[in-house]
Every structure is written in structure tokens, then in C-alpha cells.
Design a protein around this ligand. Sequence first.
Ligand code: MCN
Length: 802
Amino acid sequence: MSDVASGAATNGAPATAAHVGRALRRKEDPRLITGQARYVEDISLPGTLWAAFVRSPEAHAKIVSIDAFAAREREGVHAVFTGEDLSDLTDPLPCAWVPPGVELNNPDHWPLARGAVKHVGDPVAAVIGEDRYAVVDAAEDVVVEYDPLPVVTDPEAALRGAPFVHEQFGTNQVHQWSLPGGDLEAGFAQADVIVERRVVNHRTAGAPIEPRGVLADYRAGSLTVWSATQVPHFVRLFLALLLGISEDRVRVIAPEVGGGFGSKLQIYGEEIFTGWASRKLGQPVKWIETRSENMAVSHHGRDQIAYTKMGAKRDGTITAFHTRIVADLGAYNMVNTPSIPELGAPVMSGVYKIPVVQTDIVGVFTNKCPTDAIRGAGRPEATHMIEVTLDQLAAELGIDPLEIRRKNFIPKDDFPAETATGVVYDSGDYDKTLDRLLEHVDMAAFRREQEALRARGNYRGIGFSTYTEVCGLAPTRLFGPEGFGSQAGYWESAVVRVHNTGAVTVYTGTSPHGQGHETAFAQIVADKLGVDPEVVEVIHGDTGTGPEGRNTYGSRSLAVGGESLARCATKIADKAKAIVAHQLEAAPEDIEVREGRFSVRGSPDKGMTLAEVAGAAYLNNVPGGMEPGLEATTFWEPENYVFPFGAHACVVDVDPETGKVKIVRYVAVDDCGNAINPMLIEGQVHGGVVHAIGQALYEHVQYDEDGQLVTGTLVDYALPTAAELPSFETDRTVTPSPVNSMGAKGVGEVGTIAASPAVTNAVIDALRPLGVNYINMPLSPMRVWEAISEAQGASAKGGVPA
Ligand code: MCN
């Protein structure tokens, strides 16, 4: 890492801040690494009952009968519930994406299936009892008779007709959605060369380190739920709506969550069911997901087949880009399911000035676990489509992949830049990130080395990805009309409370689950109030303590929540200045925050600490007309999204005998505007890149044609470990965003968005001499070996497959 530690100094932004911009160690880590953190699993209430779910072994079947007699007879079992028992639940689980003017086939989806099951793992019954292990045994005693129905797992076959996942629609199509930008026909008419590819982005799992867990406690008319969720405020809303409890009587707490990667951005049936069961039985009810359940029923991600078409002039100028996406949405629409492919469309121009860009999406039901947001949600897929297709175009034109990128970059003077589809990118300087990348990667030397290695039969390749992402999910004005406007606006809230002693508690509406908000947000507030970040306590993830919130996903927390907090702290600082001015008989505008004190400009000895200011505020020793106390609330919504960007390079060695890909080097240069904490940024980039390398090379949720999950454990679903990965080289450029006062953009997903095409392009670059021109992920040894064999066979016959 070259400039991480000096991020604030190298970025050209004013280095006024004492704590912002510093690589402070994470405040949350000591409790996490010393076993003092509290997960749902660790929380016990007197009289807690345990729940275990009976899940369908069939991918599609009618439920003929459920015999729970033996299970009910088991010692310690209090109840066995089926879908029919939950008939007082009149509203199904929510799909919160309601795009205006789009017809959406939306089947009812219940916490326990009613009448039929639609994928393996669909819950059919739940056993509640006193002992955690006894309920699992009792669940095995529940005898369910199924009448199997035909299964469909291939989305393209599903689109062609029967069998139907939901007979009532007479189709497997969920919806169609388009984002047009310009005249496609005219765009392609201008092109000298057109490339078309079928780009597969296969199904993956979130695979967080901790599976889900819920503890629900209904007593005296109020419901408290502890859930391993990314979205406690949304879970509260839907618990209130679905269970018919006034929202003020529902409290949802997300304690330590143990990672989510999007898979805990959901309103899960288990959350609603445990709340319902606790009310029904008058006792707390707890459920902890097993790893196998997590693989089978925590929502999956990706699973898109894109038909891409890119046209360009002979000199490499892109004239049009069209993608037609078939998105496998699985068996139901969960909270955001049908929206996920659409989230990539706003950045389908990538970092390029393309006059015509159009995305057409068709969502499809299959008998598989529903898909929904997994880190990047739509944007990794879009970036993969753009970046691999662009490399294909470059090869077709005989132009260097970097040259074609530079030729089409949106020039830095164009910002704020409007793309063909009307999306306005806030700021960018794409040449700068690529220049920085090439300071790390000497291309001339690499090509010489590559040649020399090839001569010895070693196949080394390099691949690039220059990307942008749309994040900071807000504002309502833009995000609402995309279909997310029916349940919520997209702002973020903050409360800053200075206590009598000068200690500071802040409440954020974001809900981190590994991102380090407690550290970064404390840094922001500490600078505003002239205190040490150590004395700033950041509280999150509890609907009972802070104000309304919109939680954590879409790399929104810093750019929206952090900014809200910064503004809130500014309110407190302004009030403190007025109090100090009143006490010291100075003008408020002459008070500055300096070296931990509010002091009079030019007279550093004259001043007060925050503790002294708080003392005055709580003694009501404040200017006339001012309220006592030192506390403020802010709700803030930005005018636009933020658009981080970057340039990544991946170097791989491919063994032509086995098809095994080894990553030799990975270099990431990202630009997320001004840095709050460079160490957090680096950690996020590392994690994000690993996520995408995992998808590119190893991870693949697979079903057989009967809809049976064949990758149901971490033995079959191969997560990468440190042993498979190189030491990442990361660097940053800084192009501040004009959207918020911090000049910051999100970073939580950039690595995941950037990396899979860099890996794919590198493998193709390595294998071109063997005749491999294109290959889809996952680049498993088998697939790579097959591609080589196929290409060699074709070349033996005098042709090379495209
Ligand atoms: N940050 C910073 N300076 C910037 C930008 C960000 O210091 N210019 C810091 C922030 O203060 C924050 C972190 O980087 O501590 C990530 O910030 P942001 O980009 O705002 O993203 P969010 O906090 O909203 O996190 C969401 C994002 C998503 S969508 C997924 S999925 C994801 C991810 O973050 N899941 C994660 N990172 C994860 N990291 C962990 N450990 N576990 C997950 O489940």
C-alpha cells in the first residue's frame, strides 16, 4: 500500500482534521477478538423456547398432508405449527419493490408454506420446544406427504413455457424492465465492428461468518426481537405491519451480526414467525440458523445471463452498448428480489462516454431459493458485462485493452457527467486512477515477461477492470421512482448527545455488521467537537434507542449516514460556540475548535472544553432564548448518489494441463473521494476483492435438474481462503464528491464490483495463444481445461471457437 496512511495529505483536500483521514484502529475489534461481543446466539431470556423448521426436500410439490402427532408427543415440545396455523397472518412476506408502470407477477410468500412448496428448503412446519436439540429431533418426526410437481431450474427453459413455478400466472416471467438511452439502431449503424457475447454471472451465496438468528420476546403487548439483520428498522416496520402490532410497541435490535454481505438485507419468514410464535405461546422463542440452512435458504445472489452487444468505430470509439438480461429470481419475490438486476442499469455506461446504452431485463421464476442483494447487487454483474465485452471488442479490433479504455473514458472536465440514460455521475478522473495503476504495473516489462514465460510453456495473463459504481443509496427523488419509493424515503438520521461530563454518545440510523462505523463515525464527530474519538460512543442497530433509520446496504452508510452525523455534530458545535461566546463574552463567530477546546480565535488561553460547555448547557447557563442541554437530531438526504471508481489489474498463471488458475498479483487503485479512515477503506477493498475473486474462480451455488442443491455445505461451496490469494496491492486517488460536505464516496462494494472482470480478462489474456477467446465464470479448473481442450480441438480442425 503506498499512500493509504497519507490519504488526507495526498488528496489536495484541506488537512484541517485531526482524526478524519487517519488510519485509526477499529474501536470494535477488542470486543470481537476477545469473545466479549454479543451475538443473538449469546442472548438468553428466562423461559426461552427453541424453534426448528421442517423444510421441504422437494423443489416443487403439493403438500398433501402433515402429520405432527409424533413430534407433538415428544417430551418438551410445546407446539408444532404449519402454514394453516398462521392463517391469522393475512399479509404475505413483502416485496418492497413496486416499480411504476411495471407489471410484476408476485406470488404470495408465507413464513410457512401454504399448500405447496416451491424450492428445496421452503419451510413447511415449525416445532417449538424447550430444548434446542430436541426440537431438531422432533422436526424429523413430522411426516409430510408431498405430491411432486415438475421442476424448472434453467431460467431460459423456464421462459419458454411450462412447467410453471406458479401455475396461476401461466408464465414463469416475473417482469420486464428497461432503461433506454438513445437510439440503439442508429448507434449500431455507426459501428464498424460489433461484438456479441453471452455473459453468465452465476449464482452465489452471501456465506457470512455467522448465520442468521432471531430471538423474539412478546410480553405485555410489546414485541422485542433480536435479529442478525442489516436492516432492523425495516424488520420492525414489517413485524408491525404483518403482526398487526403498533410500530411503537415493536423494538428490533441487531446485536453483533457477524457479516451479512447483503444476505441479511431481508425480511425473512423466520423473523416474522418467531415474533408470531412468541405472541402465540407467551414465551420468548429463539431460532439459530444452521450453516446448511444458511446455504439453502438465506437468499442467494447474481444468477444472470446477459446477452451483450457492443459496437465501435474502427478506431475503438464505442457507438452503442446493449444488454438483454435474463435474471433467475428463484421461487419468490423477496424484499428486493426483482429490483436487483435493475440496480446495475444506471452504471451500464461504465466509465465510458457511450452515446447509446440500453438495458433490457426479464425476471424469471425457477424452483430455486430466491435471489436478492449480495454485495454489489446488480453492479458487479453490470461491470462484468461491460468490462469483459469491452476486452472482446478490443481483441476484435486489435487494440490494446488499456488504449480502448482510455479512448472512451468520460473526460474529467465533463463532470458532473450525464450518461446516455440520464444518470448524472458526481465526479471522476478515470485517467488518474489508471495512471496510478500503471505506476504499479509496468506493462512493457509484463509483456516481455509474458512472452518469455510462454516460450517455456507457462501461461501468464493480465486483465483489467476500470469501473464506476453507483452507491450512497439515497436520495428519495432518484431511488424512489426506481421502484423503492413505496415503503420508505432514502435519507439517514443521526443524534448527537453530549453528556454532563463531556462524553459523547451518537446514534446512527445505519446498522453496520463488519464495516467499522463505530470507529469512522467517532472520528467524524471527534473532529467537530474537539474531543478524542475514544470518548465518542457510537450506538447503532437498535430501533428502541435512536431515531428512525434506513440502515446499511448499497455502500450508503458513510456518504449518507456519516454526513447526517457530521451535520448533527456541526449543530452541536454551533450551539457550543454560542454557549462559549456567552460565557467568555466573545462573538460566536470568533470561537473555534482547536486542540480539544472551544477557544477564542487569537486568544488560545481563553476557551472551554466540551465538558465545561456541557456543564454550562445542563445548568441552563446558556444565552437567552436557547434551550438547555446539548443534544441534536438530524435527518439528511443528499441530492444525488455518489460514484466511486477505480482501475484494477489482475495477473494470473494458468496451468494448461489442469486448468488451474493461480492469482499471481492483484493491484487495486480505487477512488472513494476523501477518506475518513484509510485502514477501513483498505479492509473493505480487500474483503470486496476476495468476494469477487471467490465468484470468479471458486464459489458457485449449484442445483441439479431436479432442483436439489448440490453445494449445500462449505465443502462443496468453495470459499477462498488466504492460501489461495496473493497479498493485495492497493492504492488510492482522491476525487472528492460534491454531493456531501465530507467529499466522501462509498467503498464497501467497490472491490466486489471491480474484480471479477479483471480476473476473467486475465485468464483470457493468458490463454489466447491456446485459442481461448472467451470463457464464462466460474473459472474452475474443469471449465478452463474444457475451454482449452475445445479451443485446441477447434484449431486442430482449422477454426477457433468464439
Ligand atoms: N469509509 C471511509 N472513507 C470513505 C468511504 C468509506 O472511511 N471515503 C469507511 C466507512 O466509514 C465505513 C466503511 O468504510 O466504515 C464502509 O463504508 P460505506 O462504503 O459507506 O459502506 P457501508 O458502511 O454502507 O457498508 C455496506 C457495504 C455493503 S453494501 C456490503 S454488502 C458489505 C460491506 O459494506 N458487507 C460487509 N462491507 C462489509 N464488510 C464486512 N466486514 N462485512 C460485511 O457483511
